[in-house]
Design a protein around this ligand. Sequence first.
Ligand code: ZN
Length: 240
Amino acid sequence: MSIELTKHKNSIALLTGQQSDHIDELTKGIGIHQQVKKPWLALQQAAKSAGFELEIASGFRSFDRQLLIWNKKFNRQLLVKDKNNQVIDLSKLNDKNKVEAILLYSALPGASRHHWGTDLDIYASNLLPQGKSLQLEPWEYQSTGYFAELTQWLTEHAEYFGFFRPYDIDRGGVAIEPWHFSYAPLALQYQQQLTVTLLESVLTKADICGRSAILKQLTNIYKRYIMNINKPQNLGKHIE
Ligand SMILES: [Zn+2]
């Protein structure tokens, strides 16, 4: 499969989820980068042939949407869990530790890979047992979960279509997310262009909870949660 690379400087608004001109609505509420549509549909078709009804649970997410999630977690209106799926009592933490607890599963607004439209949380609707709702928790995708076979199939085939898992293992930053796939030809460029300075300029103006704690440790957050991810191994073969 040939993947076209278009290299150019992208706007701050695009990199930080404050622009959606490049996004197409695939199905109701699910947005995807225009250039990711074709590879996604190809992956979905291949999955179908293998017996998986591949669906997107979450695609493009705007800065404002991520900000709402962030602030709700910070204010304890949404639960924050640890790596063992246990709820963390944020009332006992200082702002610095609250920020770290949230970053395990939620990206900093402005730095979510979902802002780009290149990153998708996926599952197989036909493997989800009746009456069960999708949680996007690691156990669902691991060896005893409903999606174990899908996980295996994606490990073998996703890179052929340009997709890789940025959060494949625990690197001490973002927790493992077997459902999260990134379209490398575009996402690698966006990641490179998203700098600490750019993020700082956006967050300084944002109405974000924990702002001073975030800004104080932004360089560390950038290294530990934003750049500290998997790199695609075999994509080179398929990029022409
Ligand atoms: Zn995701």
